[in-house]
Design a binder for this molecule. Structure first.
Ligand SMILES: [Zn+2]
Length: 416
């Protein structure tokens, strides 16, 4: 006996249930080549990258969607069959849509539509002397059709869309928000299968977006289930770990990206008070701890302290020579500094005293025997550890839900 689970309930796009918005950054860790096809310009690169209307490179949402979709197919096809031993459709499975073998084929879709249309026709033509007193309406017919398609569709098509189902996850194009330098021109040799242009052994160039370029990442999911959000988070994690690559030339190591999330919001209908606030938005990802206001010594000219401290913030380590060099650069005399900073020390110990003051207020900290700016000390804390802490509740809910559905879908062990 197969368990029926509410997760299998059809989700109709005509009825708003909820919306998820995942927002973050996608940063290239290697070069990235997402091709725009032949440039047409004989002097231009053979293989340029895609650019928007103002000439800036971007990541097409469709490229991202394609990579994640085929990874989802691979994951589920590797783990689950379409049906269990009793012939029940699995609740977690995937067809080979990308490979051209969809779960609901054109033929099957036509057949479903025909069946439903038969019902419509029959009820229009026949006398109403049956138990059912009314024929089915056009709307009911459409609903039946969608319900049937939904029932036969795989997990991936239900989320990413198919011939008959609209995609419930949207990937808008990713605009560039931080360029790290000009586009790189790289050389390739051999047949380029995408274009079938360069002959074997012939040189061609291709453009690549350089490493450390940051793109704005937004993913929207309509009427998503927790385990589907879990699947998306997992797939992005695969991308982040370098198990998946974006764009072309991945065999040459291109297309590796890092993904960080800064917002995950769930938007639901506000049942309590529909007229004042129709939609309710809840942030699921805790805010990153705001950088605290950096301290300065109490006594002396604050503006001067600020200038010194901000200069030191940019350095990895600080000592008396640093202070001496800075004073020389800015043409500050030691007498003025002692006076303006209220150092109350001998003229011999002015540099040491400046460092002591900055350390005692917490602007400089001691680490492994040397003085370093507090800012550098904070940055040294592992970013991924901070991120993991913030993501933990989100992982528990969404990836936890995926794990649950996964366990349920696994073939049950025969009990002797
Ligand atoms: Zn499918």
């Amino acid at each position: 006996m197969s368990k029926t689970t509410p997760l299998l309930k059809p989700i109709f796009l005509d009825k708003f249930e909820n919306k998820f918005r995942l927002h973050g950054k996608l940063m290239t860790s290697t070069g990235l080549h997402i091709g725009a096809g032949a440039s047409g310009d004989p002097l231009a690169t053979d293989l340029p990258v895609v650019r928007n209307a103002v000439g800036e490179p971007y990541v097409p949402g469709s490229s991202l969607k394609g990579v994640l979709r085929s990874a989802a197919e691979g994951l589920l096809r590797g783990a689950f069959e379409r049906t269990d031993k009793e012939g029940n459709l699995s609740q977690l499975w995937s067809c080979d849509f990308v490979g051209g073998v969809p779960c609901v084929t054109h033929k099957r879709l036509d057949a479903i539509q025909k069946e439903v249309n038969e019902l419509l026709k029959k009820d229009k033509n026949e006398e109403k002397d049956k138990n059912e007193d009314e024929g089915i309406s056009e709307l009911e017919a459409k609903r039946m059709e969608v319900e049937e398609v939904w029932k036969e569709s795989c997990t991936v098509c239900r989320l990413f869309g198919s011939l008959a189902l609209a995609s419930r996850v949207r990937f808008p194009d990713l605009p560039i928000i931080e360029a790290s330098g000009p586009l790189e021109i790289r050389n390739g040799v051999g047949i380029d299968r995408d274009r079938e242009l360069a002959a074997d052994g012939v040189l061609y160039d291709f453009e690549a977006v350089p490493p450390s370029t940051v793109f704005d990442l937004l993913v929207l999911v309509d009427n998503g289930r927790d385990h589907e959000i879990g699947l998306l988070i997992y797939l992005f994690d695969e991308l982040h770990r370098g198990h998946l690559a974006l764009g072309g030339k991945s065999s040459r190591g291109l297309g590796r990206v890092a993904v960080t999330w800064d917002q995950l919001a769930e938007i639901t209908l506000n049942q309590g008070s529909p007229f004042t606030h129709l939609l309710k938005e809840e942030q699921l990802l805790p805010e990153a701890a705001k950088a605290p206001e950096l301290p300065l010594p109490e006594a002396g000219d604050r503006e001067l302290w600020r200038q010194i401290a901000e200069h030191l913030d940019s350095l990895d380590a600080v000592d008396e020579t640093t202070i001496g060099d800075l004073a020389q650069d800015r043409e500050w005399t030691k007498a003025d500094l002692i006076n303006d900073l209220s150092l109350e020390c001998s003229t011999r110990k002015w540099r040491e005293t400046i460092l002591e003051r900055l350390q005692s207020c917490g602007r400089l900290v001691e680490m492994d025997g040397s003085l370093i700016p507090k800012l550098a000390a904070d940055e040294a804390e592992d970013d991924s550890a901070v991120m993991a802490r913030r993501l933990r509740p989100v992982y528990q809910r969404f990836v936890g839900s995926l794990e649950e559905v996964w366990q349920q879908a696994l073939p049950q062990q025969e009990v002797a």
